[in-house]
Design a protein around this ligand. Structure first.
Ligand SMILES: NC(=O)c1ccc[n+]([C@@H]2O[C@H](COP(=O)([O-])OP(=O)(O)OC[C@H]3O[C@@H](n4cnc5c(N)ncnc54)[C@H](OP(=O)(O)O)[C@@H]3O)[C@@H](O)[C@H]2O)c1
Length: 298
């Protein structure tokens, strides 16, 4: 499946995930309009050089008047984590709906959510109909789980209200050399800092940026009204300890140390029974992906 010659509004185009997706879609011959605040002018220049048309908008109180209406597709990869409930609800939930309203004529939309919406299961696989709840991101990002759930609800409403086919994709742990949680673990290990790991084992379905990019067309194809909800991750379940030890070994970093605690992000192991036939198989195995990450950063 490929996506080309389409007009795409991509919110969150300066983020870890949004940046690689926006660049790839522009390189594939799409007209990509990227939305973010662009506080870092170097990132804006990088995106413009990649062929992305940049629109500076603050989603806390968005003025979308200069953002073109009528893209073929909306991809919302923005997330706001100020820790303030009013701001985070406005930018994540309200703004998700306002973006969908703005793009109501689009053929399809992706609203990126998170496995953080699920109640922790102690490492048991979570399917799309598993119970929602607080996943303990609150120890690091107090509003995150709640506002991501609120944003899903707004996206679900907007799909119906604007008859806009939508996929809500609950992303697990994305990574690649352009960013991701595992890079922090490598940096902590290199700095000799102990790495907090959850007492449940801190296990996740990691997904490499290349597979994220490769699965965007399928996520758009899967969009429906009412919205389709899909888990979004790889098939391999890897622990923080495993990936950190593996990266340290390749990087020649000191043996990492770990601090088991209940006060960190718990495991998010996903059931991919529903999403795998829709999204297709992952192409980057975790060891290959993490090796390439370390090599690119060296
Ligand atoms: N990273 C993960 O491990 C992970 C895991 C599961 C799910 N997810 C989900 O995946 C999606 C992408 O996450 P990410 O890690 O790429 O996020 P990120 O690196 O934090 O990037 C967030 C993006 O949103 C933009 N943004 C933040 N506040 C904004 C505001 N007030 N107005 C306009 N734009 C704003 C940022 O741009 P500016 O700062 O330039 O405005 C940036 O482009 C999100 O839905 C996230 O919840 C991520």
């Amino acid at each position: 499946m490929s996506l080309t010659d389409s007009t795409i509004l991509l919110a969150g185009c300066t983020g870890q995930v949004g940046k690689v997706v926006a660049k790839a879609l522009a390189a594939q011959g799409n007209e990509v309009h990227g939305l973010a605040r662009f506080k870092d002018s170097a990132v804006r220049e990088e995106m413009e050089a990649a062929g992305v048309t940049c629109h500076a908008v603050d989603l806390i109180d968005p003025d979308l008047s200069s953002v073109p209406t009528g893209p073929d597709h909306l991809i919302n990869l923005a997330v706001t984590k100020t820790g303030r409930w009013d701001k985070d609800l406005a930018a994540n939930a309200d703004a998700a709906g306002l973006l969908m309203q703005h793009c109501r004529e689009a053929k399809s939309a992706i609203h990126c959510s998170s496995t953080a919406v699920y109640a922790p299961t102690g490492g048991e696989p979570m399917s799309e109909d598993s119970p929602l709840g607080q996943d303990h991101h609150q120890y690091m990002m107090p509003t995150y789980s709640t506002v991501k759930t609120a944003a899903e609800s707004v996206a679900s409403f907007a799909a119906k209200a604007f008859d806009l086919p939508t996929t809500i994709a609950r992303l697990c742990v994305p990574y690649g050399h352009e960013g991701g949680w595992p890079i922090f673990h490598l940096m902590m290990a290199q700095g000799g800092q102990p790495i907090p790991v959850h007492t449940d084992g801190s296990r996740y379905n990691v997904i490499h940026h290349e597979d994220i990019i490769g699965q965007i067309p399928a996520l758009l194809d899967a969009a429906t009204t009412p919205a389709t909800i899909l888990n979004w991750g790889g098939d391999e379940v890897v622990s923080v300890e495993e990936w950190t030890r593996y990266m340290c070994d390749i990087a020649g970093a000191p043996e990492p140390t770990f601090e088991p605690t209940d006060f960190t992000i718990p495991s998010a192991v996903i059931d991919t029974t529903k999403s795998r036939p829709v999204l297709g198989p992952p192409t980057v195995g975790w060891q290959d992906g993490f090796r390439r990450l370390v090599e690119a950063l060296s």
